[in-house]
Design a binder for this molecule. Structure first.
Ligand code: CAA
Length: 394
């Protein structure tokens, strides 16, 4: 029985910073950001958006009324959770009127969380013939801090994956290969809004785990690189994915390397413009590959997922005939990005510093987003208040 990704939705804040402006402000050669890091723009989260509103927006794009009522598992992967106890999935369930005869949970393992969710969805559908579909959400805000080495690798956004039997986009294959080890490469203690990262060490771990999981994938599946039409990666910044690709294709012919590189460039087109989504980044890269890579039906895609801390997984899937019909056009997604508001450095720093109160006081959020269907309206009595496009505060 084929199980996999039936639909993909994507949402990102309507504000962004051009990284040439950041380079000038930080007195860095812009080529370091555009070439050395491989990023052009980064999404900036306003106060009236959070992971719940972005995930709800991404899911609303893809779910029909019938699908909303037939989900029986809603998995929300994030490392930017809005509550220490309550699952963000429950807010999304209410905002979108999703089926209540469902399990709704939040999971966390840094940027690996959405992959854990996807595999859990697969297992759920395989184990429960009566279950029809699972919603997997991956949403984050990547925050390292002003004037830090990681600043240029920030971003924000959400991915929604509808997982079903007989999927219309990508049939997932088993087995996959995974590896975990306790590593202090990137973490965020409860008292901090910004991540702590041992940046270069984290890139070494990413590449070391790639070696381990790729070797294990080959052993388990008896496949090699020639079985993969394209390989995509978790993309905290595109240069790191490129290093991963070079490592994986080191012994391939020059022509094969050029083919993989051409597809990698299509698969990182959106990531370059949005920045790091943490757990959604691999799936934004998948979305980008599907929109711009023009791969044929049946093509096998290798996916490398990495979450600091650290857990990694190498797995694969095959494209289903007609997958492009279930997706928007690449041009329409680029057009959507083009409607975003470019921030000045002052505007970016203002939004970055303007955090919600942490002392328990009530708060009304200024209306900053104009195009988004859901807003965080404020906080009252320690409860987050969300507003839908009809204006109702819930
Ligand atoms: N023109 C072109 N390239 C230039 C250049 C110029 N003028 N100046 C520098 N460069 C190149 C450098 O040669 C270097 O290239 P290589 O990596 O190929 O050697 C690249 O630009 C970066 O330069 P530095 O190493 O000097 O950059 P840095 O020390 O300022 O920081 C970083 C880089 C460590 C990645 C930092 O951005 C960071 O800490 N980021 C956050 C951590 C992170 O994203 N880690 C990824 C793995 S963890 C993970 O994946 C989970 C997650 O999502 C966070």
């Amino acid at each position: 029985m084929a199980i996999g990704i039936d639909k993909i939705g994507f949402a990102s804040p309507e504000f962004y910073l051009d990284l040439t402006d950041l380079a000038q402000a930080r007195q860095v050669d812009p080529a370091k950001y555009h070439i050395g890091i491989g990023q052009d723009e980064m999404a900036v989260m306003p106060q009236d958006q959070d992971v719940v509103t972005l995930a709800a927006q991404a899911a609303a794009q893809i779910l029909t009324p019938a699908e909303r009522q037939s989900l029986d598992l809603i998995i929300f992967a994030t490392e930017s959770g809005v509550d220490q106890s309550k699952a963000s999935a429950l807010y999304v369930q209410r905002l979108l009127g999703l089926n209540q005869a469902a399990r709704a949970i939040e999971i966390k393992e840094a940027c690996y969380g959405a992959t854990a969710g996807l595999q859990l969805a697969y297992d759920h559908l395989a184990a429960h013939p009566e279950s029809q579909r699972v919603l997997v959400l991956g949403a984050d805000e990547a925050r390292y801090g002003l004037q830090t080495a990681g600043e240029v690798t920030q971003g924000a956004g959400a991915i929604a994956l509808l997982v079903t039997r007989q999927p219309r986009i990508l049939e997932l294959e088993q087995p996959s290969a995974y590896h975990s080890e306790e590593v202090m490469d990137f973490w965020r203690p409860n008292y901090r809004q910004e991540a702590l990262a041992d940046g270069r060490f984290s890139t070494e771990q990413y590449l070391r785990f790639l070696d381990l999981t790729w070797a294990d994938y080959q052993t388990k599946t008896q496949r090699d690189l020639t079985d993969l039409a394209a390989v995509i990666f978790h993309i905290p910044f595109t240069k790191l994915g490129l290093k991963g690709l070079r490592q994986l294709t080191a012994t391939a012919s020059a022509a094969q390397q050029a083919d993989y590189l051409a597809l990698f460039q299509q698969a990182t087109k959106l990531n370059r413009r949005v920045g790091n989504l943490y757990t959604g980044s691999l799936y934004l890269s998948l979305y980008s590959l599907l929109l711009f890579g023009h791969l044929p039906a049946g093509a096998r895609i290798g996916l490398y997922s990495y979450g600091s801390g650290a857990v990694a997984e190498f797995f694969s899937g095959r494209l289903v005939a007609g997958y492009a019909k279930v997706l928007p056009t690449g041009a329409s997604v680029l057009q959507q990005l083009a409607t975003r508001q470019r921030l000045t450095m002052d505007g970016y720093q203002h939004l970055f510093n303007a955090q919600l109160p942490t002392d328990g006081s009530d708060w009304t959020t200024p209306q900053q987003s104009r195009q988004t269907p859901f807003r965080l309206a404020g906080i009252a009595g320690h409860q987050r208040l969300y507003q839908n496009n009809g204006g109702t505060i819930q």
